[in-house]
Every structure is written in structure tokens, then in C-alpha cells.
Design a protein around this ligand. Structure first.
Ligand code: OOG
Ligand code: MG
Length: 256
């Protein structure tokens, strides 16, 4: 087994056993390109288990996120069918290591995309927009990583909940208020403009990174634009919801 496959397997097993590992860059140096190769292997392990690719997620598209995690560039990760949970449903804390939640905007693609599109061109490729909650769960101890570490770990992807999809794709998403709420109380506030100035730019960036790193973008897939605010630790007995002005709220409950 190649070194990359071994590293990918250790990340895959860390997720399955809910046991965090040391960040890779403490013991070996690897490039961003190699990190994306490891990410592909991590995803292959999930596909081998029978799960399907359902979309991609952008990371570090806002100042708040970059500052919180101490990194300074955008990343892309892949989403699989086992990560998708129902709007209004429940999740078990015990399925995760140290999950954090973030309010996001999710685009649904109406076409396959294999070229780089700008923020205007991407509008023709979307059939819907929804508020969403992403649950991130770094496989590294204490959520500590370098940019290459987090890319190899599929950008901390663990779960997502997508709200009711709006088909009003003319939504400019211009300065729409975004909130993360725990048990009805607002814990984080931001604006759609906090996502690269406009979330359509995150979708454009997704086409660029997907093209660069050989990640498929297919009709019907989700593209998560990245959090507008810092992420917040999830705990048992919480009801977690996200509001994006102009879209329906999305929520789930956390149990043991
Ligand atoms: C990496 C994932 C970043 C976002 O929305 O910016 C991300 C992490 O913070 O662990 O999902
Ligand atoms: Mg996110």
C-alpha cells in the first residue's frame, strides 16, 4: 500500500472509530497536491463502503473561518450520501469526535460542470438554493491542522443538513443576514457578503478548484459555499438551526 493510501486509511478509520489522530504535518511534509490525492483516497474508502458522491463543500471562504482556524486559503472537499441528514431530524453526538456546526448556503446544480465558470456564468448552472448547516469534525486532535492537513482530511467534512430548496435562482444573495441559533438563541451572526463578498463567487471558486483537483461536479449535486461565521461546538440536547434571510430555516437536534 502506498504511503498516501496508508495515511488515507488512518483518516478513514479515525472517523469510523471516533478517535482523533495527530496532524499529519507533525511527522511528514506533503504538498497541497498530495493532500488532494489523499483526500481522493479517503473518499474512495467511503465509496467502497457503498456511499455515493452527493456534492462538494468550499472551506475558508470567510474571514471569520480563516481567523478561527488560522489558515489563509480556500479549500474544497467532497460530500458523500452517508453525510446527509434530514432537515428537522436528529443526530447522535456519539457518532462524532468533536463536532462543530456552521450556517451555510447550499446550491443545487442543474447540469454537469467540467469547466471553470465565473460568478455570473454559474447562475445558469443552479436549480435551487437552500440554507444549510454543516457539521465539521476534524479527525485531528484539538481541531489543529495546517492547510494540507485539513485538505487531506476531506476538509473536516462530517455531515450536512439542507433546508427547503428555493427555486428562485435570481436571488442575488446580496447582504442577506445569516444566523446560527442554539436552542432558539442567536450564537453567531453574519451576512452572505461575508462569503467572498458574495456566495456566487464561492460557487465559481468551486468550479475552479474542482477542475484543478479532478473533483466531479454533476447535475443534482450540492455545493456548500462555506460558513459565513465561526463554527460552534455541538452538544447533547441542543436544537441547532440556521437562518439565511430570504430562505427557509433549517434545523436538527443533537442527542446522546
Ligand atoms: C475546515 C472546514 C472549513 C468552512 O465552511 O469554512 C469549512 C474546518 O474548519 O475544520 O467547512
Ligand atoms: Mg463549512
Amino acid at each position: 500500500m502506498s504511503l498516501n493510501s496508508q495515511v488515507a486509511l488512518s483518516l478513514h478509520e479515525a472517523a469510523l472509530s471516533r478517535t482523533p489522530i495527530d496532524q499529519l504535518s507533525l511527522n511528514q511534509s506533503f504538498t497541497l497536491e498530495e493532500a488532494y490525492q489523499i483526500q481522493h483516497q479517503v473518499i474512495q474508502n467511503r465509496l467502497d463502503q457503498g456511499h455515493k458522491l452527493i456534492g462538494v463543500k468550499m472551506g475558508f471562504t470567510s474571514e471569520a473561518k480563516m481567523k478561527q482556524m488560522g489558515v489563509n486559503d480556500m479549500i474544497i472537499g467532497m460530500l458523500t450520501s452517508d453525510m446527509l441528514h434530514n432537515n428537522g431530524g436528529t443526530m447522535s453526538l456519539s457518532d462524532f469526535i468533536h463536532p462543530r456546526v456552521e450556517p451555510e448556503i447550499c446550491f443545487i446544480l442543474n447540469d454537469d460542470i467540467d469547466e471553470v465558470l465565473d460568478e455570473h456564468q454559474v447562475k445558469d448552472k443552479v436549480s435551487g438554493i437552500a440554507a444549510a448547516i454543516e457539521i465539521i469534525d476534524s479527525r485531528y486532535k484539538n481541531f489543529k491542522f495546517s492547510l494540507s492537513d485539513v485538505v487531506a482530511d476531506n476538509c473536516s467534512s462530517a455531515a450536512l443538513v439542507v433546508g427547503i430548496i428555493s427555486e428562485d435562482i435570481n436571488n442575488a444573495l446580496d447582504n442577506n443576514k445569516i444566523q446560527l441559533n442554539i436552542n432558539g438563541e442567536v450564537v453567531e451572526t453574519g451576512s452572505s457578503n461575508d462569503i467572498l463578498g458574495n456566495p456566487w463567487k464561492a460557487l465559481s471558486a468551486a468550479t475552479r478548484l474542482a477542475h484543478q483537483y479532478n473533483i466531479p461536479l454533476k447535475k443534482g449535486m450540492y455545493v456548500m459555499a462555506g460558513a459565513a461565521t465561526s463554527a460552534y461546538f455541538a452538544e447533547v440536547e441542543q436544537e441547532i438551526s440556521a437562518d439565511v434571510e430570504g430562505l427557509e430555516s433549517v434545523f436538527f437536534r443533537v442527542n446522546q
